[in-house]
Unconditional design. Sequence first.
Length: 317
Amino acid sequence: MHLALKAGVASALAVVMCRVLGLDDSLSAGFVALACVSPSAYAGLRNGLLQLGGSVLGSVVAGAPLLVWPALHGSPWALIVSMTVAVLACLALGLSSAYFVSGFTVLYLHLLPYPSAVVSVSERLGAVLIGVVVATVVNTAISAIDGERIAARRVARVQREVGLVLTDCAEAIRGGSSSNGALFGRAFGAVAALRADLADAAHENLFPGATRARASASRGLRAADALEACAHLAKEMSLIAEEAKLDPALLERVASVVAVFGATLRGEAPRAASIPEDLADVLNSASEPVLGSAIRRLGRATEAAVAAAPSSFSAKE
């Protein structure tokens, strides 16, 4: 919701600013603002600087020859050379993430019918600068107002995703079958995306109160580590249970414990249930100490995930 609101506000403001300042390229301004919208102000500023760097590089590579020889405008051979040089320059300067922007700028200068290279470069760089500034302001404002709650809600959503994995794992263990691989894939992907966003939020420093946002992001990162451990352990347990061919009654007990852990992560249980003491003993006596170890570690990881969630976390949000 917050990301969609940022996208709408930033794009609209960029278009309006272009019109107010008399620039024709409101499309580029709105698109750049959209590209710079991010969950954190830090990530948005980093994306904006990449947009600016790539655009400046593309303008230099394509614009300089056009200033000297305007007849090159639209020439396929000049376009090939400019595009190749611009992309290679991005890679050589360590700006590999900006090669797309730089290449787009080359196309912009060669294909749009502006009266001169100076005008096209001015339009392009002016639109990019407006989009970056507007997006940075919007990202910073919303992060300052509601950044902690946004991070907490993201952690909550991923916790529920991993909780569903544990529930599916419990059913797989109960039936002695394989668990849903697609569900694991979604959970690992969600944890990876969460970790990337929180790693950016842990560097926030663009607004008052950024210290609290960094602390909240650091706690969220600990929660992400614990959630990833939960998903890995659940997958390990389902594979072990499938191959070990244990007694159905024992599998039922193991599945019940795993299901409680899943309910805890989904916010449907007050806390992770204690593992019955004799369950680990039975697993060990059944020559399955690996499964016993995994279920203990899963319990610890579940408790760690709940404990590390940001203070405003609520699984019911």
